[in-house]
Write a protein that binds this ligand. Sequence first.
Ligand code: SF4
Length: 142
Amino acid sequence: MSYSSWFQAHGQKHREIVDRVGSKMSDRELMEYFRWDNMVAKEIDFCPLYAKNKKCHDVELLNCYLCACPNFRFDDSIFSQEGGKNLYSYCDIESKDGAKYITDDAIHQNCSGCLVPHSEEYIYSNFSRDWFDIMKNVEPKS
Ligand code: SF4
């Protein structure tokens, strides 16, 4: 599956949950519904890691509302070439906790050490019930 396909499918799953459970919740309650502990119990299909009882980051309070991340930029058709390698993704805020995953011919953003989109302070300050609206700059425009 391309990243673009995953992105669209994930956004649809997010929308379905918000539509199903969100109408009687405040924004904060809805955001808190997406805490990992609750999602594992109630929304097992939202993330493949849930079925393995695993987290993408080893922290006690992990909120999944903004997975993937509004600062992630990707282009399955590549942004550019750097040193003969295809640049597929990067971090728009150059997070100090981000890194690059570099192969023989490709460069990908590695977010495994970054907690920016999982912080509830960050999520709430960027909150919208429309995941695609928050993520509007992630996908390439063309
Ligand atoms: S490094 Fe952090 S802020 Fe940057 S795209 Fe990845 S998760 Fe988002």
